[in-house]
Design a protein around this ligand. Structure first.
Ligand SMILES: Nc1ncnc2c1ncn2[C@@H]1O[C@H](COP(=O)(O)OP(=O)(O)OP(=O)(O)O)[C@@H](O)[C@H]1O
Ligand SMILES: [Mg+2]
Length: 487
């Protein structure tokens, strides 16, 4: 049996934990892990009592796990007792302070030099000039930390308009030999949508991406819309670039027309400069490889981008810039990623791959995660229920489940109370209305004033009754829904 990346990570961690270490060192642990596994790791880290030293480019993960951030900059170590996001704010403040101090110092130096210049031949000022020269010599020059602002500069060309329906599948299935990965998928992508493919490792995200870009055979129906031109970033980069070409040749081979004159500029904005562009693809680092593939996507005006884990080898700044460029991109976007911070705000629809099917969730990535959590809880509950029925001697619930049950009971009681309150109101109103009815039924027994007030009362109470009825209906349906969801 072969374990997927996520499971191997869990096993490795379990092994480490059994040794009960004082400190755990993790170097990029979330690379290639799916969101569920990342969240599992976050929870694991929360309960772990020892120290954790973590190297990561996953911002959401860093923020959830760490409470201290170390920065090494120009041989100096800065130690911040805060999470990564807060550190970024403090770091910016520090740089601003350094710039201000630097400018003050430059001004002081300037003034001093002027003084020396003006009075250097005046005997009466000889002492002062001397002391100022010493001052300058002793002055420790303030340096501004270099933030390494070298980062990609990405701008996708405007996307030519495609048909309204960009991709459509009907009963699309895919098996590798005996392994069925996708089973009768129906799915539609409309022009301009920005969607994420998420799901556990091995659920078929890459498979469907490759089917859409027509790299893989399949069963069922797949329609690519009118005038759709697809740009593809593959998860497995080795399959895509020719290892024997140089960086320059890789772009030169595909570029046509005016863009040919801009290849060097494009490579430069993806941080390939000077001799770099003559490196062969086969010697490139992971990050360089990814950057070259992304650069390739700018050569043509694609209107559908299929990006399969494009951020895996990118540093945080490059990720931010890629995200910004994709936010501005006018075409249709399908993106496979496990990076929550990257997806947040970028996509407005999430497709979850699970058990050979895909399920649409409208909303951003955190909406999806919230819903997924609730669904998981329900699954666990349903399982617990079955287990309880089969076991005579049930194990006592842990505290969390106990609290959740208590919370549910409380909600149910409050919903039931609302229903019965409205029922009482209705009964009460019906009695009052029927009393008024009796009066109105015998108009000749009462004077006109009495009849008038009775009638206006009668209409008022009827209105109230209607209100109470619809309140009751709502309360009852809330209760029904709650009961259905919490069987
Ligand atoms: N060429 C192939 N031959 C046989 N099995 C394959 C092949 N490609 C993928 N698979 C299997 O199909 C399943 C789906 O793989 P796929 O790469 O689509 O998953 P994924 O959702 O992209 O996973 P990840 O999050 O790890 O990238 C996996 O079980 C994988 O092992
Ligand atoms: Mg994949």
């Amino acid at each position: 049996m072969e374990f997927s990346g996520g499971w191997r990570m869990r096993i490795e961690l379990a092994k480490i934990l059994l040794r009960n270490p004082d400190i755990i060192l993790l170097d990029e642990p979330t690379n290639h892990l799916d969101i569920e596994a990342i969240q599992w790791l976050e929870e694991f880290m929360e309960t772990y009592k020892g120290a954790v030293l973590l190297i990561s480019h996953d911002r959401a993960f860093l923020d959830n796990v760490t409470n201290r951030t170390l920065e090494i900059n120009a041989g100096k170590l800065y130690d911040y007792k805060v999470t990564y996001s807060k550190f970024k704010v403090l770091q910016e403040e520090r740089i601003q302070q350094q710039i201000a101090a630097y400018e003050n110092q430059q001004k002081a130096i300037n003034d001093t030099e002027k003084f020396i210049e003006r009075f250097r031949y005046k005997a009466t000022k000889a002492n002062q000039v001397q002391s100022r020269v010493k001052q300058l010599e002793k002055m420790e020059l303030i340096e501004i930390d270099d933030l390494d602002n070298a980062a990609m500069n990405i701008k996708f060309p405007p996307a030519p308009r495609s048909g309204d329906i960009v991709v459509e599948t009907k009963e699309l299935s895919k098996s590798y030999g005996n392994l069925n990965v996708l089973n009768e998928i129906d799915f539609v992508v409309e022009r301009g949508e920005k969607i994420a493919f998420v799901g556990r490792n091995g659920e078929g995200k890459t498979t469907l991406s490759r089917i859409i870009v027509q790299e893989l055979e399949y069963e069922g129906e797949l329609k690519i819309g009118h005038n759709v031109n697809i740009g593809y970033f593959a998860q497995n980069q080795d399959e895509l670039l020719d290892p024997n070409l140089t960086v320059f040749e890789t772009l030169d081979k595909v570029a046509v027309g005016d863009i040919r004159t801009k290849i060097r500029d494009i490579l430069g904005s993806f941080l390939f400069s000077g001799e770099d562009i003559y490196k062969k693809v086969k010697v490139l680092s992971g990050g360089e490889h990814s950057r070259l593939s992304l650069a390739k996507l700018l050569l043509e005006p694609y209107n559908l981008l299929v990006l399969d884990e494009p951020t895996n080898n990118l540093d945080m700044r490059s990720k931010d810039l890629l995200k910004q460029a994709l936010e501005k991109y006018t075409g249709t976007l399908i993106i496979v990623s496990h990076d929550r911070y990257f997806l947040d705000g970028l996509v407005d629809k999430v497709y979850e791959f699970r058990d050979k099917k895909i399920k649409q969730h409208v909303g951003g990535i955190y909406d999806f995660i919230r819903r997924r959590k609730i669904a998981d809880l329900k699954e666990i509950e349903a399982k617990n229920k079955v287990e309880k029925q089969t076991k005579t001697n049930t194990v006592s619930d842990n505290k969390q489940q106990y609290l959740e049950r208590k919370e549910r009971d409380r909600t149910r009681r409050s919903l039931e109370k609302k229903v019965s309150k409205h029922e009482q109101d209705i009964e009460q109103l019906e009695v009052e209305i029927s009393n008024l009815n009796k009066i109105l039924a015998e108009p000749d027994k009462h004077d006109s004033k009495k009849l008038e007030t009775t009638y206006s009362m009668f209409t008022k109470l009827n209105q109230k009754l209607e209100e109470s009825m619809s309140n009751w209906e709502e309360a009852q349906s809330n209760l029904d829904k709650f009961n259905q969801e919490n069987q």
